[in-house]
Ligand binder design. Sequence first.
Ligand SMILES: [Zn+2]
Length: 268
Amino acid sequence: MTVWICKTCGAQHTPSQTPPAHCAICEDERQYVGAAGQLWLDRDAITASHANDWREIEPGLSGIGVVPTIAIGQRALLVQTPEGNVLWDCVPMLDAATMDRIKALGGLKAMCFSHPHFYTGMVEWSEALGGVPIRLPEVDLAHVMRPSPLITPWSGDRLDILPGVTVHRVGGHFEGSSVLEWAAGADGKGALLVGDTIQVTPAAGWVSFMRSYPNMIPLPARDVQTIADRVAELSFDRLYGGWWDKVIASDAKTAIARSAERYIAALA
Ligand SMILES: [Zn+2]
């Protein structure tokens, strides 16, 4: 049996002898099947030709990507706290060095996510690290491509993971799209980990919000306002998006508020 990884989105699928016929993640209007059709990668082959890239970002926060880049190219974030570690988002593969390094840090208490495009290798990671609880919003369970008994759904709008680590479901891109509020981040001013629930844009100090980024489908004003209102209640100064360079180092709350205002004005 082979673990097949969708080449376009990076989602691992339920192991099978031959590649699956479809990737439901990519057939959804928020992703895409490219002109060459549905393509697959073999997890074992990828593990031989690729590695995880680990970068310490600030005290208590590391990023873990894949090199060379595959699929959407995001990096996961490892949040370390005195009560244990949490993985925010995931990448399509886990190498032995990274597994050992996480174990040496005490392992993971939980894995949680911004949205289904970053579920990717979550079951492989959880199993390799001893059965880490995979916490997914129940409203997005239909987007799981590799079901596992390690997946523990949660409902509502708030999930307290550990002291100082809280996931808030704000919706938008997906119904379960979430952000992680990390109290100790940014020297205690707080950091918000967002994936692409909120997308950092090239102009310094601005963000955007979309139903589909590759297909450029916007969100309705009410959804953008909901995201802006929800995060305005949280404590943070810094924002980490889903990629290495998608960071707003300070005053991120102001950036979100003015970006939401601009977006809603453009829709009107
Ligand atoms: Zn896919």
